[in-house]
Ligand binder design. Structure first.
Ligand code: IMP
Length: 437
């Protein structure tokens, strides 16, 4: 029996979906633990290289017969979930009895998205926008922490949903009017429609909802392999990330235990996923960012456009201080390196091994995001490696320069690689260790 948490080691979009998909082969249950439809895994499957995007349901769903669980710590847009279920069912990828939605998860309602959009527009005027995905994540978590949220289980009780929505809007309407003008305040018929829609979605989800923490405990108790699928990345964590340029949930490994109601003593391994370079979407410091032709080349070679929003991702060199920080925060005992092939065309590859700030050398990011924005990366340079054989099965199959790069990162990060991904397909992977072993 083994419980493994997979977590993004950077700012999200590290290719967790592919790694989770691979590890799911030996797992009985896959649990998504944080955030909501702000995440997006693009998975490439089958000989037709068909693309499937999952936003809420763990990417382990691509394997038949696996239990997919959405933890109570998530915030769920019921319509987004229903759309995803319909899409997966149509492709024959989601069977009856595979999905369980934690009934303690919170519901994202249209006014959460409305407020987020208005806030971002307002902040944009002053150059302070977070650059969120506008999926209502922040406002839904605000309502949860303020103990006014609507939970998935509440959707079975029309009177309770109505009372909660009225209570929330009573407080939020003045804010909506302040940010967007009186015309932005929802009228009676709009609010009634929102409530009816939420209840109708709740009715459709009814048979899929239940006690997620008990189900996780049942799998762990039965000696099954259980895989936790993190969303976003370590530097977007609400407590430890580059606040305020973060998401509103715990993205580090501890968030898995909190969301699923599983004690930390039950966890056996934490695998951090890092790309061979770095990307970030939205605002916030990014010391190794490449605002030039090399950044553009990486963006195009890596297809670095948001799976949820389509936004071009900011691209830069791999950032060891940020990676070490992620390793420490989540207690990662192994890493998976993704997208090594994306750098193949570059004549030279750089890695930030430390930062220089006010005459000091730092091996981890400074706590203050303004300091992080001022920090100057200290780079190590590697010669380019050219094409990587897609059938590489061991590090010795890599071009020598690529192998030196991988070994140097492993040494500097201080934890071994479990796997190295050299292409988007499942089989384009060098497997070095099994985290479940
Ligand atoms: P929110 O999660 O939509 O509130 O966005 C907050 C910040 O997290 C923004 O900078 C987003 O771009 C970023 N973010 C949220 N989800 C993801 C993700 O799945 N990948 C990368 N960045 C994300």
């Amino acid at each position: 029996m083994s419980v493994v948490i997979v977590v993004g080691a950077q700012w999200g979009d590290e290719g967790k979906g592919k790694v989770v998909d691979l590890l799911t082969e030996t797992a009985e249950a896959v649990v998504r633990y944080g955030g909501g439809a702000n995440a997006g895994h693009t998975l490439v499957i089958g000989p037709q290289r068909e693309k499937v995007v999952t936003r809420l349901i763990p990417s382990g769903v691509l394997h038949p017969g696996k239990r997919c669980i959405l933890g109570d710590g998530m915030v769920i847009d019921p319509h987004a979930l229903l759309d995803e279920i319909a899409q997966l069912r149509e492709k024959g990828l989601l069977q009856k009895g595979e999905l369980l939605v934690g009934h303690g998860a919170h519901v994202i309602l249209p006014y959460h998205k409305l407020i987020e959009g208005l806030r971002e527009e307002h902040a944009n005027k002053h150059g302070r926008a977070i650059g969120t995905t506008r999926r209502g994540i922040g406002p839904a978590y605000e309502a949860k922490v303020a103990r006014r949220g609507v939970r998935i289980r509440d959707l079975a009780d029309a009177a309770r949903v109505r009372a909660l929505v009225e209570q929330n809007l009573d407080e939020l309407n003045p804010l909506i009017a302040h940010l967007g003008g009186a015309g932005a305040v929802p009228d009676r018929s709009t609010v009634d429609r929102w409530i009816d829609d939420a209840l109708a979605a709740g009715a459709q989800l009814q048979g899929l909802c239940g006690d997620a923490s008990r189900e996780v405990a049942r799998h762990v108790g039965a000696g099954h392999h259980v895989l936790f699928e993190g969303a976003q990345g370590s530097l977007l964590d609400i407590d430890h990330g580059t606040y305020p340029y973060v998401t509103s949930s715990a993205t580090i490994a501890a968030g898995a235990c909190q969301s699923a109601g599983l004690g930390p003593t039950k966890v056996h391994a934490v695998v951090g996923i890092t790309k061979a370079y770095a990307t970030r979407v939205g605002g916030g410091p990014f010391p190794t960012e490449l605002d030039d032709a090399t950044g553009e080349a990486i963006r195009h070679a890596g297809g670095e456009f948001g799976a949820v929003t389509g936004r071009p991702r900011r691209c830069g060199w791999l950032d060891l201080p940020a990676l070490r920080f992620g390793v420490r925060l989540s207690g990662m005992d192994g890493l998976a390196l993704t997208k090594l092939d994306v750098l193949s065309e570059l004549p030279e590859v750089h890695v930030a091994i430390s930062y220089s700030l006010d005459g000091k050398e730092l091996d981890e990011p400074p706590i203050d995001p303004d300091d992080m924005a001022r920090a100057k990366p200290v780079f190590a340079r590697f010669e380019g490696w050219g094409p990587i054989p897609r059938d590489a099965k061991d590090l010795v199959d890599l071009p020598t320069a690529a192998r030196k790069y991988v070994e140097a990162i492993e040494r500097w990060a201080g934890v071994p690689f479990h796997l190295v991904s050299v292409g988007p397909e499942r089989q384009e992977t060098i497997v070095l260790r099994d985290p479940f072993a």
